[in-house]
Design a protein around this ligand. Structure first.
Ligand SMILES: [Zn+2]
Length: 191
């Protein structure tokens, strides 16, 4: 009996470790994706650095809160290119920012949009860092750094401008993503 109990305990522990390891090794996509839209922020979202660090991944924190730039043509960009229709929100505060209707392939290596879906949720300001004159794009909900806006580059898009956005700052909600439908009986099973 004693050995039997020990064996059962060993199996339970082994299965437990296996489950934990499986969860840890599950690949995390760099751009957060979820099936439902986040709640829109009510007023300006202000948090301490420690609170932001607890909420965001280190890469999201570096870009969004410290005006960093993700590497071009990285995993997040390939994730962006493969995405279908949907809406993009700020991963920091949930403000709606962009729509897949405005995304285009600028070949610059970062997610590109020729327009915003909610202009009121974006702050544009002059950025003269790195010896360049650029327009910085920030989230109006949390003042998080999203990327830059370039105009007059000659892209054949409805608006000749490019919101060059760091993919890690976005939260993607695919459109029309519904729970798997109950399988309809096929001709085979009807017979
Ligand atoms: Zn935000």
């Amino acid at each position: 009996m004693k050995y039997g109990f020990q064996l059962v305990s060993a199996i339970v522990i082994a299965v437990g470790i296996g489950v934990i390891m499986a969860q840890e090794s599950a690949p995390q996509k760099p751009m957060k994706t979820q099936p439902t839209a986040p709640a829109a922020p009510q007023g300006k979202v202000e948090k301490s650095a420690a609170e932001w660090k607890a909420q965001l991944t280190p890469e999201q924190y570096r870009v969004l809160r410290q005006a960093g730039t993700e590497p071009p043509n990285g995993e997040v960009y390939h994730q962006f290119k493969k995405q279908g229709g949907g809406t993009y929100y700020c991963v920091g505060c949930g403000a709606e920012l962009f729509s897949s209707q405005h995304k285009f392939d600028s070949r610059c290596g970062w997610p590109s949009f020729f327009d915003a879906s909610q202009n009121k949720n974006l702050i544009l300001r002059e950025d003269t860092s790195h010896g360049m004159r650029r327009i910085e794009v920030l989230c109006a909900g949390c003042d998080g750094h999203l990327g830059h806006l370039f105009k007059g580059e000659g892209f054949a898009t409805p608006k000749d401008q490019r919101y060059c956005i760091n993919g890690v700052t976005l939260l993607f909600v695919p459109e029309g993503e519904e729970k798997p439908a109950v399988k309809k009986p096929t001709e085979e099973t009807k017979k």
